[in-house]
Design a protein around this ligand. Structure first.
Ligand code: ATP
Ligand code: MG
Length: 411
């Protein structure tokens, strides 16, 4: 029988590869506390409408990437392709409005039916940060500062914050019309995908990954010519705040986001270290999303980060090593070894026992595990109530009484 294969685009990770993902989440958890973001948990599955109504029917995510299925009760269910929509659904259905403004942090799996490649998977993991119920530009600044500090905490350098505004609905509508005219005039030069986007959502052409489209995209009208005074003022407040907080940014006048729900601020932290998958953190303001779910007008801003992409860019995390490995010789010593092992672990000391093979093999295992000490228990030691503590780095060895071991290891 051929062994069972994994589902395409999923990952099974061991050792350092798994540690990398955990290190990214741990750093996220440290930084989100500094910024006062509380943890939030939302389901992996939602009614399909939660994503279809908010992300937009014309986006890649909804039109071709969603994992949707009918459950046994005949309901259309979708595995979350991102966190924002589910968090907003919960904000409404769970009565979280009473706590607004809310600063929330989540992490976990997300699912998109995409062509797998480096940095692109069908089940991947995201970090997510949201501020719900705050329409002030200071919220955007705080959220961006969080992302910026996370990258620093992870030791990732060389990313650039690309910043744009998509303006208010009035701005966006005027820009959209101008883009439509521009792209229609050059339709012949556009990729098939972009030609299809022309009628439905010309903004999306700006986000095209097809090289063929780039010259036409580069000559497209920029939003600055259409900004209402209010939209310009809001963007000004964001950039002044970023400068005050010492966060480097670069204006990207043609940056739009893949999802339809953005207003005003839109941004991406990008790197050139990951090839085509260069966006590591992305987000923006989505003041219209909660209304799209049937809720009251609620301003909000957020970002999501691809954990795998961040994990590829960090230094390898310290491998986990036991402080001590117990090397017992004989059955009686193994029983005593278990007692010592349990005592050390309860005392907060990472310890293991080598219980396979002869003395040489066992000591070899202690070395391979990267332990600082081997604790050798033989017949002589059993009688004297002592253990041979061998420093594996120096080879020094001395007798220590059972009760004094934890202390001897720590000093
Ligand atoms: P891309 O342009 O790379 O497809 P996107 O615009 O679809 O990204 P978002 O919806 O903004 O991505 O998701 C936020 C982040 O999640 C991305 O910046 C990226 O780091 C990560 N991400 C998105 N899709 C995947 C995927 N299929 N595999 C791994 N990471 C992903
Ligand atoms: Mg995508």
């Amino acid at each position: 029988m051929t062994p069972v294969q994994p589902v395409r685009g999923t990952q099974s990770l061991l050792h350092e590869d798994a540690d990398r993902l955990a290190a990214v989440v741990a750093a996220f958890d440290r930084v989100r506390r500094l910024y006062g973001f509380r943890r939030v948990e939302v389901p992996t599955i939602e009614h399909t409408a939660v994503f279809a109504r908010t992300i937009g029917e014309t986006t890649d995510v909804v039109s071709k990437e969603m994992y949707s299925f009918e459950d046994r009760g005949g309901e259309s269910i979708t595995l979350r392709p991102e966190f924002t929509a589910g968090i907003c659904r919960a904000y409404l259905s769970e009565g979280w409005q009473q706590f607004a403004p809310l600063k929330l942090a989540a992490s976990g799996s997300a699912f998109r039916y995409e062509r797998p490649q480096k940095g692109r998977f069908r089940e991947f993991h995201q970090l997510d940060a949201e501020i719900i119920g705050a329409g002030e530009a200071q919220a955007d600044v705080e959220l961006l500062a969080f992302a910026d500090q996370l990258l620093k905490e992870l030791g990732i350098s060389g990313t650039i914050l690309k910043l744009n505004t998509l303006g208010d609905p009035e701005t966006r509508a005027a820009w959209r019309d101008a883009l439509f005219e521009h792209f229609r005039a050059h339709a012949g030069a556009l990729s098939e995908d972009s030609q299809a986007r022309l009628e439905r959502n010309p903004l999306r052409i700006l986000d095209s990954k097809a090289h063929q489209d780039w010259p036409v995209v580069d000559s497209a009208p920029v939003i600055d010519d259409f900004l209402t005074p209010e939209a310009a003022d809001f963007f000004g407040k964001v950039t002044v705040g970023l400068d005050a907080a010492g966060i480097a940014w670069e204006r990207a006048p043609r940056l739009v986001r893949g999802l339809d729900y953005y207003r005003h601020t839109a941004f991406e932290f990008v790197t050139d270290r990951l090839g085509a998958q260069g966006t590591v953190i992305a987000g923006g303001r989505y003041d219209g999303l909660i209304e799209a779910l049937g809720g009251p007008h609620t301003p909000a801003v957020g970002w999501a980060a691809g954990i795998e992409r961040l994990a590829m860019m960090i230094d390898p995390p310290q491998a986990e090593k036991p402080m001590a490995v117990i090397v017992p010789l004989g059955d009686r010593a193994e029983a005593v070894g278990q007692r010592l092992l349990a005592a050390l672990r309860r005392d907060g000391i990472a310890a293991d026992m080598a219980y396979r093979g002869n003395m040489k093999k066992r000591l070899g295992r202690a070395n391979d595990a990267g332990a600082a000490f081997a604790l050798i228990i033989g017949e002589v030691e059993l009688d004297s109530g002592e253990v041979q503590v061998k420093n594996l780095a120096t080879g020094d060895q001395r007798s220590v009484s059972f009760d004094g071991i934890a202390e001897a290891l720590r000093s």
